[in-house]
Design a protein around this ligand. Sequence first.
Ligand SMILES: *[C@@H]1O[C@H](CO)[C@@H](O)[C@H](O)[C@H]1NC(C)=O
Ligand SMILES: *[C@@H]1O[C@H](CO)[C@@H](O)[C@H](O)[C@H]1NC(C)=O
Ligand SMILES: *[C@@H]1O[C@H](CO)[C@@H](O)[C@H](O)[C@H]1NC(C)=O
Ligand SMILES: *[C@@H]1O[C@H](CO)[C@@H](O)[C@H](O)[C@H]1NC(C)=O
Length: 270
Amino acid sequence: MFWRATTILAAIAASTISLVNGQAPNSIQNWKNDFATVDFKTGSNGSFSAVWNNRFGGNFVVGRGYQPARDMQVLVNYTGTFTTTGAAYLALYGWTRNPLVEYYVIESMGNHNPSDNKSATQYGCLQSDGGTYEIWQKERINAPSIEGDKTNFQQYWSVRTSRHVGGTINTGNHFRAWQAAGLKLGTQLYMDIVIEGQAGAGSANITVGTPPKTSVPNSPTPTFRSEHAPGTCNFGTTSTSRATTTTSLRTTTTQRTTTTPTTTTKRGSA
Ligand SMILES: *[C@@H]1O[C@H](CO)[C@@H](O)[C@H](O)[C@H]1NC(C)=O
Ligand SMILES: *[C@@H]1O[C@H](CO)[C@@H](O)[C@H](O)[C@H]1NC(C)=O
Ligand SMILES: *[C@@H]1O[C@H](CO)[C@@H](O)[C@H](O)[C@H]1NC(C)=O
Ligand SMILES: *[C@@H]1O[C@H](CO)[C@@H](O)[C@H](O)[C@H]1NC(C)=O
């Protein structure tokens, strides 16, 4: 592959401020490979837009969110629109180190489900924020990551069984469910609401971190599959209970450092 792995992590400011849920984001994700054609723009109040039309092999990950991560168990509010003719995802996206993990909470997708891969394994389900998410894991060997071009790492996904755009992601519910299923997380680096675009074209207008004033656009539709049968999510049975978490919204306030927007450029893997 022709992916470059470049990581520019901002120096951590000495002062600390409180991160209240819904606060405007301070992290920008902006990575693309040589085959991607994407116009990514950031606007005021946590907004960003992306318009893309990728050539074959194109791949990008753009968006914005929060860093650094001391306790990333927060409520992430976002609103927006997302349309695509091809393979693209709207997701909460982040990385941890020790172990090295690339993670996604997939909110919507085009014609490809990222868990729809023979080497992916399901680890149960969780319920959060009015939806059911399947938990998936896949190992990446000799693949580019934030630590280099040829690295081994885990990918975890929570994949919402009905696509939607906009609302709240209680990140703690996902982190706890993954760890309860044996999928270990390390030190959190950052997390962003992103668009990952692969084949095809699309457009998105997203605002992160500003609590919406009106009801959230939300038109659930079934997710797409070919390789895998739909995951089994039988809540109330003991077999899936270890990966089941509550949906209660926490109003956690966490400490965070840095007061200025920072840019993180890295690769995102398919
Ligand atoms: C950004 O938020 C401020 C404060 O709520 C508001 O006054 C301003 O109109 C917003 N700007 C945009 C472009 O929405
Ligand atoms: C499955 O995942 C591997 C590793 O990420 C990737 O190389 C491959 O293209 C994927 N296959 C499909 C059908 O998406
Ligand atoms: C935004 O977050 C607050 C908690 O901080 C929550 O009460 C509210 O429901 C969220 N808004 C949306 C639209 O999800
Ligand atoms: C995003 O905003 C642009 C400019 O207003 C618009 O042309 C485009 O259709 C929007 N995309 C979506 C998915 O709403």
